[in-house]
Design a protein around this ligand. Structure first.
Ligand code: DX5
Ligand code: ZN
Length: 221
């Protein structure tokens, strides 16, 4: 069953618990937390303190996307704060096998993320060790950007790689997902839909979450 993971990056932080309640009511499966440090990406968001706060607000699994330099230094903090899964960027981590093992040893699911310009073939030798592969469909840093079209091809390539390597990670897509392109992304083979502005900037957050949920479950809305 595909997973719907609203990203709180675009949520109204003046009332985060209500915003999370609204996506829960619409059937959200996970909550995606975007961690940015102003170095790896040109934006700064929040750290373990907010992840720990979100953990107290919801029982949904927290999918923590680290867009930071030197993520190894902070992995333990985010897992202690309640991360269910921790995703690190291929472009940033030098000793990826060690980082992935450490995330798992600390009790979380481990994922690798590739930027739009990073070819899928470069992650071939790590995919058998990960639980998640995240294909960035925008350049990371900000919500509300347009979906980069060749991401569909990259999702298909990742499905192929998963078959070739006879493994079973989930494929996540992050950036520019909207109600118009969701079906194409689903058909390409995406398992986890990360959606920020299309949900949190909608007039009716719960109804929109439900609409996405029905779309990814191929129900007629
Ligand atoms: C972008 C983040 C995304 C972001 C997606 O750097 O990794 O998770 O929240 O937002 P939308 O859905 O608005 O593109
Ligand atoms: Zn993200």
């Amino acid at each position: 069953m595909p997973v719907l993971a609203p990203s709180i990056l675009s949520a109204d932080f003046t009332n985060l618990s209500k915003q999370i309640r609204l996506v829960e009511m619409g059937g959200a499966d996970w909550i995606h937390c975007d961690i940015m440090d102003g170095h790896f990406v040109p934006n700064i968001t929040f750290g373990p303190l907010i992840v720990e706060t979100v953990k107290r607000i919801t029982k949904l699994p927290l999918d923590v996307h680290l867009m930071i330099e030197n993520p190894d230094k902070y992995i333990e903090d985010f897992i202690k704060a309640g991360a269910h899964s921790v995703l690190v960027h291929f472009e940033e981590v030098v000793h990826l096998n060690s980082t992935i093992s450490r995330i798992k040893e600390l009790g979380a699911k481990a994922g690798v993320v590739i930027n739009p310009s990073t070819p899928v073939k470069l992650i071939k030798d790590i995919v058998e060790y990960v639980d998640l592969v995240l294909i960035m469909s925008v350049n990371p840093g900000f919500g509300g950007q347009s979906f980069i079209k060749n991401s569909l091809r990259k999702i298909k390539e990742t499905v192929k790689l998963r078959n070739e390597m006879n493994t079973d990670f989930l494929i996540e897509v992050d950036g520019g997902v909207d109600l118009k392109n969701t079906e194409d992304i689903l058909n390409a083979g995406c398992d986890v839909f990360i959606i920020g502005s299309s949900i949190f900037k909608a007039d009716d957050i719960t109804a929109t979450t439900l609409e996405f949920k029905n779309k990814i479950n191929k129900k007629i809305t």
